[in-house]
Design a protein around this ligand. Structure first.
Ligand code: ATP
Length: 416
């Protein structure tokens, strides 16, 4: 895991949050490469599940909602985790995690005596306006789902949708986790990509199976190796208060097999709770949910490859932060720089392109391999006479010479 955390920092994927002030535990910032990767994931997801389908539409709802939403949804009463404190070192832990992962031993000091379990609300509270009293309390949403439920009528009527149909949204959620850890796996502030798919009760099993396949296809689309995740169904006593069936997609992270995504049959719990209906009946809901941070972590783990003389991030080209890097062979030859800049200008409007003229060419390849850049273009002395360049393939390290006139088309073809 340490290798992935340090590559993420070294190349500008993920930085510790507020680092110059000693950090703020379990907050992380996406750097220049991280934000490109995140945006590529979100765009691909939006395209697959919203733009290319006629039965799903998107929304973007507020993070702050009327507190009545969270009362109706059951979050105020039920969104809590069991908290215990180690009697020896006074660190706090989630009781269920202690049992599952640590054989009921304190991970900090090895102690075995804990206080009684207390329920700890996972909802972050804040207040609106100058007076901080009971009437001004609002919560930062712990899931994006409720924004889709409360807009059910607005969306259904304006988009004139008929069952079955879905509402999708990508947005921030906040959870006051007791034991956040493992890099960006469990953080306080994260993004979710969620779909609420409204159906008739009859036939929910078929929709559930279809969504399971859709999620498997998505994982294949982004290049996650099938061998590295498993699908696990929740036991009855593990199910959330609203669910009749839930499966988790669990990824084999370096620190163990843990939830990446979830798929839940939420019954008619949510629309009933908000007293919403459609043509005299209350639709049921299938909810596929995808965490952005956990996707990024799984992608980094899956793509991370150590070879004899290099580390390569074998990201799918569609997700790679930079598609192309352009280098002048030597950094101190103005004629090479001039020509290479022309090539850079030619490419930069077509692909996310990066310029690099530091150090020697070997170091530049090394750093682009670590960044996951699929293609490196080098302008050398032959380029000046022949108007051509070399294209180096990240995975095979093979280099081909191609004419600059054909470069854009060739790259488009390769990146398809
Ligand atoms: P866990 O059991 O790991 O706490 P959960 O079952 O509470 O997760 P859900 O409520 O199903 O998670 O949330 C939906 C998705 O949001 C998860 O599958 C995950 O991808 C993401 N997610 C949930 N909590 C966090 C968090 N604290 N940090 C990052 N991502 C999260």
């Amino acid at each position: 895991m340490q290798k992935i955390v340090s590559l993420a920092k070294r190349r500008g994927f993920v930085f510790p949050g507020s680092e110059i002030y000693g950090g703020l535990a379990n907050t992380w910032d996406f750097g220049p490469l991280g934000v490109e990767l995140v945006n590529n994931v979100k765009q691909l997801w939006w395209h697959k599940f919203v733009k290319s389908r006629s039965d799903i539409v998107g929304i973007s709802s507020s993070i702050l909602m009327n507190p009545k939403v969270w009362e109706a949804s059951g979050h105020v009463a039920g969104f809590s985790d069991p908290l215990v404190e180690c009697k020896k070192c006074h660190t706090r832990h989630r009781a269920d995690h202690l049992k599952e992962e640590n054989g009921n031993k304190c991970p900090s000091c090895g102690g075995t005596e804990f206080t009684e379990e207390k329920q700890f609300s996972g909802m972050f509270k804040t207040s609106i306006g100058p007076a901080e009293d009971e009437t001004s309390i609002v919560y930062l949403r712990p899931e994006t789902a409720q924004g889709m439920f409360v807009n059910f009528k607005n969306v259904q009527q304006t988009a004139r949708l008929k069952l079955p149909f879905g509402i999708a949204q990508i947005g921030k959620s906040f959870r006051n986790e007791i034991t956040p850890r493992n890099f960006i796996f469990r953080v306080l502030e994260f993004e979710q990509m969620e779909i609420e798919y409204f159906i008739e009760e009859k036939g929910w099993e078929k929709h559930f199976d279809t969504w399971q396949k859709e999620m498997e296809n998505w994982l294949a689309d982004i290049g996650i190796n099938k061998k590295n995740y498993v699908i696990r169904e929740h036991d009855k006593d593990e199910l959330s208060h609203y669910s009749k069936k839930t499966i988790d997609f669990e990824y084999q992270y370096p620190f163990g097999q843990k939830e990446l995504y979830g798929l839940a049959y939420r019954t008619d719990f949510d629309l009933k709770a908000h007293k919403l209906s459609y043509e005299g009946m209350v639709p049921h809901v299938i909810e596929p949910t995808f965490g952005v941070e956990r996707t990024i972590l799984a992608l980094l783990c899956d793509a991370y490859t150590e070879e004899k003389d290099r580390i390569v991030l074998k990201l799918k080209p569609a997700l790679a932060p930079y598609k192309v890097a352009v280098f002048p062979l030597l950094a101190n030859k103005p004629e090479l720089i001039k020509k290479a800049k022309k090539v850079f200008d030619l490419l930069k409007d077509e692909f996310t392109t990066v310029w690099d003229a530091r150090g020697n060419i070997g170091k530049r390849y090394y750093s682009q391999d670590e960044a996951g850049t699929p293609f490196c273009i080098t302008v050398d002395f032959d380029s000046l006479d022949n108007n051509d360049v070399t294209i180096r393939d990240r995975d095979t390290m093979k280099q081909d010479r191609v004419s600059i006139d054909k470069l854009v088309d060739i790259l488009k073809q390769k990146l398809k």
